[in-house]
Design a protein around this ligand. Sequence first.
Ligand SMILES: [Fe+2]
Ligand SMILES: [Fe+2]
Length: 244
Amino acid sequence: MMTKERIGFSPDHWDRTIAPMMARIDTRVGNLLRAPIWSHDGGLQDNSRERWFQHGKDEAAISALYYIHYPNDLPKDVKLEDILFGYAVHDIGKSEVSPDPTIWHRKRTDLTAPELAALQNHVTTAVTLLKRYEYISGETLPNVMYEIVTRHHEKLDGTGNPNHLIGDMLSPVVRLAAVIDQVVSRCEPRSYHDRSFTLKEAMEEVAKGSGTAYDPEVITKVRNLFMNDVHLQIPTLTWLGSWK
Ligand SMILES: [Fe+2]
Ligand SMILES: [Fe+2]
C-alpha cells in the first residue's frame, strides 16, 4: 500500500506564475499552427491538429504542477516555460500522421500501413517540422524543447525509441516527460488501446515499469501528485478524473 504524502496547492500561485506562461505558450502554439510548415490540413474541420497540442498542453500543466511541488527537481539552467513549451509540442509530429481525424479513435490494428509507419516516426517528423519553423520564422527554439520532443519515448532500460538511449543519457526532465506522457496517453481515447484507463489504473500500469523503464523516484512523485487530486484544481485537467 502506497503512503500518501500530503501536497497543497495555491490557486493564487498558479494564477501569478504558471497561467501567464501557459498563455504565452498558447501564442507560440498558435504561431506554429499558422506557419506554412505542414504537409496537409490536419483535419482542419475537426481540429485534429489542435487536439494533439491540447494533449501536449495538458501534460505541460501536469509538469507545471510537478515543479511547483518539487521545485528542487527543476534544472538550474533551464527555464520552466521552455520545458512547458516542450511538453506542448512534444507530439507535433503526430499532426502529420493523417489528415483523417478519426485516427484518434481507430484501434492500432485498424490503421493503414502508411499511418502506422508515420505514427512510429512521429518523433523524427516533429524535428523536421520544428526545424522548418525555425527556418521560416527566424526564431531559435529552446534546446530543452527538442530534448522533450526527441526523447519522450525513450526508457531507462533502453527499450524505448527512437534511439534506445539508456540510464544517465536521459535527463531528469526527460524522465518526467516519459512518465507523464504514458499516464495521460492511457487516459485518452486513442488508437493504441481498446479503452481508456482511469487515472489510477493508468498510473499503476505505468508504475509496473518503475526501476526498469521509468525512474522510480519520478513514479513516486507523480503518483503522489495524482493521489492528492491536485490536477482537479486546473480546469483543463478535470477530464482526468479523481484518483478514487
Ligand atoms: Fe509521442
Ligand atoms: Fe504524447
